[in-house]
Design a protein around this ligand. Structure first.
Ligand SMILES: NC(=O)c1ccc[n+]([C@@H]2O[C@H](COP(=O)([O-])OP(=O)(O)OC[C@H]3O[C@@H](n4cnc5c(N)ncnc54)[C@H](OP(=O)(O)O)[C@@H]3O)[C@@H](O)[C@H]2O)c1
Length: 458
């Protein structure tokens, strides 16, 4: 009789796990344990360990199952032993993880291409679910890994890979699924946003702002991936793929850095009612997908223009939702751990409900990628010309030949060398045509120097 009641109760529990949490002592009633292995115990791995262990009771009550960290894979066991409560869970042997049937979810937080790529594939092949924060890997192999996860019926989640703590992947996959998204753009690199904020608000030059970003730990010792736009480019590839349901790789994204932006550009932009930000933009147009990262002038009224310091934000436009913006911390141990933990709990819930592997065909479309010269933008152009009558007419005549019209203009006399500095913002023009107009301008003797060309978002 008692066994019968227990069996009946167990089956009700299996069907309706959520009801378990309202019982007095939920964990004692639940047999199921979800086993985890963390690969890496650095910034994000360490943060994830702290969030998971700090909130374990709460998490287990909410899920109605036990969560067990069975292994943490590192290279340096001694260093890692200072960061965990029980160093017996540390290992430097991948075999300990992959051969353990008690590991349900592998959480890859090592970074880099290899061995991360191999470990993730091996985990999926063995039916283990995977969470990763690895944007470099996803921008190269994301579509292949999504397909493998689909074939193996396992979950594959990567919320932390784009904009750290900001929930954007889940909204793209689920909450905004009823939309046809036509544009996604964002400030997805905190280091460069910090530098540009310091240049705008405190008048610092690029070098000064970079030094401060390094001192505060926002910039790496080698900041190339950030300031050259590579980090943002990888995130744009991931965002564009999910927003438009077609594979977009890092090599498809046109990438330009921000280190040439000067305090002077920022001052002129401000006089013209705009802010300069390093943004990633992806659009789904009638003629294909365009994806690029570059410094851009944003109108001061645009929500992204007030995203300052090391904050990140992603701005989405859909046919049903209209405009929506997601804002928060794009990096750091705990913000990123927050996203990783969210993924772990979603997967644990799927395991409990027997509903894993519902990845679906996320990237089911084939779309051509547009060349940068076929995109349309407005442009900010700063140049030095001879300070005499007729030079502006020469400029506008060349522009007119390529259907470029001038929307805004500032002219400043140069005291020393009889030159005038001219700054214009053009109307919307095809990039290839604008480049040809600029080339033609550069041959004119009246044009002494073309100092800057920055795209303008409208
Ligand atoms: N940091 C952030 O704010 C942030 C934000 C979003 C996404 N991410 C992504 O998160 C991932 C991790 O970044 P992180 O900043 O946490 O890196 P990290 O601080 O350098 O930590 C890397 C960890 O992985 C371990 N590891 C590296 N290679 C290994 C190998 N071959 N075998 C075993 N263990 C290995 C390291 O162990 P040892 O110390 O023993 O070498 C270390 O514990 C990266 O993909 C990164 O792009 C980071």
């Amino acid at each position: 009789m008692i066994i019968g009641i227990m069996k009946q109760r167990q089956s009700i529990m299996e069907q309706k796990k959520l009801e378990i949490v309202i019982e007095d002592n939920p964990i004692d009633n639940v047999q199921k344990t979800v086993g985890l292995a963390l690969l890496g115990l650095g910034t994000v791995g360490g943060g994830t360990y702290r969030v998971l262990t700090g909130q374990l009771d709460e998490i287990q009550k909410r899920l109605g199952c036990r969560i067990e960290i069975r292994h943490i894979l590192v290279r340096n066991l001694k260093k890692a032993s200072l960061r965990v409560q029980d160093s017996r869970i540390l290992t430097n042997r991948w075999e300990d993880v992959i051969e353990d049937d008690g590991v349900d979810i592998v959480v890859e937080l090592m970074g880099g291409m290899e061995p991360a790529y191999t470990y993730i594939r091996e985990a999926m092949e063995r039916g283990k679910h995977v969470v990763t924060a690895n944007k470099d890997l996803l921008a190269e192999h994301g579509p292949t890994l999504l397909e493998l996860a689909l074939n193996k019926g396992v979950d594959f989640m990567f919320e932390a890979a784009v904009a750290g703590g900001i929930p954007i992947i889940m909204p793209l996959e689920k909450s905004l699924a009823g939309n046809h998204l036509t544009e996604i753009m964002g400030i997805v690199n905190g280091t460069t946003n910090f530098i540009l904020t310091k240049m705008s608000e405190e008048g610092m030059d690029y070098r000064e702002a970079l030094i401060q970003a390094t001192e505060l730990g926002y910039a790496e010792a080698d900041p190339t991936a950030d300031v050259d736009g590579l980090d943002a480019g990888r995130k744009v590839a991931i965002l564009a793929s999910l927003a438009f349901h077609c594979p977009v790789y890092f090599h498809d994204v046109h990438v330009e850095g921000m280190s040439m932006i000067s305090a002077k550009d920022i001052r002129y932009a401000s006089q013209m009612g705009r802010t300069i930000k390093l943004v990633g933009v992806a659009r789904d147009t009638d003629t294909g997908v365009e994806a690029y990262v570059c410094p851009m002038l944003l109108p001061k009224s645009h929500p992204l223009s007030s995203v300052n310091d090391s904050f990140n934000a992603v701005f989405v436009h859909g046919d049903a939702v209209g405009d929506a913006m997601f804002f928060g911390r794009g990096a750091g141990d705990l913000p990123t751990a927050s996203a990783v933990t969210g993924d772990i709990l979603s997967i644990a819930e799927n395991i409990l409900h027997g509903s894993s592997g519902r990845i679906g065909q996320l990237l089911y479309k084939k779309r051509p990628m547009k060349r940068m010269e076929d995109t349309y933008n407005r442009y900010f152009l700063r140049l030095h010309v001879e300070d005499r009558c007729g030079v502006l007419a020469e400029l506008t005549e060349i522009f007119a030949r390529y259907e470029v019209s001038v929307a805004q203009i500032i002219q400043r006399e140069h005291q020393k060398d009889d030159l005038a500095e001219v700054v214009v913002i053009t109307s919307l023009v095809r990039e290839g045509d604008f480049q040809t107009a600029i080339e033609e301008l550069s041959y004119r003797t009246s044009v002494k120097k073309i100092s800057r060309m920055i795209r303008v978002y409208e």
